[in-house]
Design a binder for this molecule. Structure first.
Ligand SMILES: C[S@@+](CC[C@H](N)C(=O)[O-])C[C@H]1O[C@@H](n2cnc3c(N)ncnc32)[C@H](O)[C@@H]1O
Length: 193
């Protein structure tokens, strides 16, 4: 792994992300192509529970609610959560560290849909992260991952992209894997246990 791909934080997610949000960092907005993919691949919520891990300012959580899911967004950064609550007052957004906090604190024991957008790349322990996701997916559930990926035509991997090993780990061990390419370097993964 090159120095630019060193994983962040030995000290816990919030210690990394809270200063990032306090500095005013922002991330790629969800565009129409992405919301259409979300609707097509996840379908109507029909009041089923959905969990958006690392929700940031809550846009994906709010889209899940619009699709009819009982959506809860969690983020380790209190600043991100405060901003999400202002932007999406009707959304259920909570401070929660997915790596460290007790899943029993979540409002449902299992979720029909679990999403993470621009989060998986940054997980310090990706295997552990994926194990926790699997434990929270309801039977027949869907894990929806949105991530930047390495596009070899653009040279060396940038720090924020998943490389081939990250993608291999992400997509191994599911009964169904579907990749939706929003562009050559920005993919959605629909994963079913
Ligand atoms: C690059 S931002 C993406 C935010 C949002 N999903 C989006 O697409 O705009 C990554 C987010 O994941 C959150 N995050 C990272 N690790 C986390 C963890 N262990 N538990 C909860 N949130 C986490 C960060 O605080 C940050 O808001």
């Amino acid at each position: 792994m090159s120095p630019t791909r060193a994983p962040y934080p030995a000290r816990g997610a919030a210690s990394y992300w809270e200063p990032v949000w306090q500095r005013g960092s922002r991330y790629r907005a969800i565009d129409r192509a992405e919301t259409e993919a979300l609707g097509r691949h996840l379908g109507a919520g029909r009041s089923r529970p959905a969990l958006d891990i690392g929700c940031g300012e809550g846009a994906l959580t709010a889209h899940l609610a619009e699709l009819g899911y009982r959506a809860v967004g969690v983020d380790c950064s209190p600043t991100a959560v405060a901003s999400a609550r202002v932007r999406h007052p009707a959304a259920d957004i909570r401070v929660f560290d997915f790596d460290a906090d007790d899943a029993a604190l979540l409002p449902h024991p299992a979720f029909a849909v679990i999403t993470c957008r621009l989060v998986y790349r940054w997980a310090a322990d990706k295997s552990g992260f994926l194990s926790r996701v699997r434990a929270l997916l309801a039977p027949g559930g869907v894990f929806w991952v949105v991530t930047s990926v390495h596009d070899p035509s653009r040279g060396a991997p940038r720090p924020w992209v998943c490389d081939a090993a990250d993608v291999e780990l992400l997509t191994t061990g599911w009964s169904k894997v579907h990749v939706h390419e929003l562009d050559p370097s920005f993919h959605c993964y629909r994963l079913r246990p």
